[in-house]
Design a protein around this ligand. Structure first.
Ligand code: VGL
Ligand code: ZN
Length: 207
């Protein structure tokens, strides 16, 4: 049983968005094309209240890119993005969502951020994605989407931790690269922890 997880393919993470990931939209045709090879397709959605603690604008005198302590966890401050009810939080319309059986919103609690689709950044609360995959008898989890160096990475690492055989489909992700080299570092970190790094043309999910 193979599951494909579409991470945060939302307007704020593509060109023109509030937290645009370079070339973010370029992955969409690839993702649409490969969906037919999976038994299960799931999407995560970054979905913040407007007063979310990860927004620089909610901390006087702070700018995006700065790091603060948010309720005991280091927090990178971001521009306001993926606010519930805004267009930026919506899935990009070119993304085929017809096969998606369930959407997992995350980052909904203003006091803690949630990069992973499975848990918040403190690993305190689960979104339900892990239980859902287990209930559907998924054994292998393939991760695509935005951004490679944040939500994609933490989603893949948690999938691996939870015991799923985990794959990153590299050409179906793009990253922020806040610091040059962040994406390469993220990929090395995932590989080092046992995530299989593959390309969309790989045969790994055809059989
Ligand atoms: C993300 C930063 C803040 C992501 C979400 O989807 O990678 N990055 N919120
Ligand atoms: Zn966010």
């Amino acid at each position: 049983m193979k599951a494909l997880i579409l991470v945060d393919i939302q307007y704020d993470f593509i060109s023109g968005g509030a937290l645009a990931v370079p070339e973010g939209e370029n992955i969409i045709p690839t993702i649409n094309q490969i969906q037919k090879h999976f038994d299960l397709v799931i999407a995560t959605q970054d979905f913040h209240p407007v007063d979310h603690g990860s927004f620089a604008a909610n901390h006087e005198g702070k700018n995006p890119g700065e790091i603060i302590d948010l309720n005991g966890l280091p927090q990178i401050l971001w521009p306001i993005h993926c606010v519930q009810g805004s267009n930026g939080a919506e899935f990009v319309k070119e993304l085929n969502m017809e096969n998606v059986t369930k959407i997992f919103p995350k980052g909904t609690d203003k006091g803690i951020d949630s990069y992973s689709g499975f848990f918040d950044n403190g690993h305190k609360k689960a979104t339900g994605l892990g239980d859902y995959l287990k209930e559907k008898a998924a054994k292998e989890v393939f991760v695509v989407g935005l951004a490679t160096d944040y939500c994609v990475k933490f989603t893949a690492l948690d999938a691996q931790d939870l015991g799923f055989k985990t794959y990153l489909i590299k050409d179906a992700t793009r990253g922020v690269n806040l610091q040059p080299g962040d994406v390469d570092k993220a990929i090395k970190e995932m590989a080092g922890k046992g995530v299989n790094i593959i390309e969309s043309k790989s045969q790994d999910y055809f059989n």
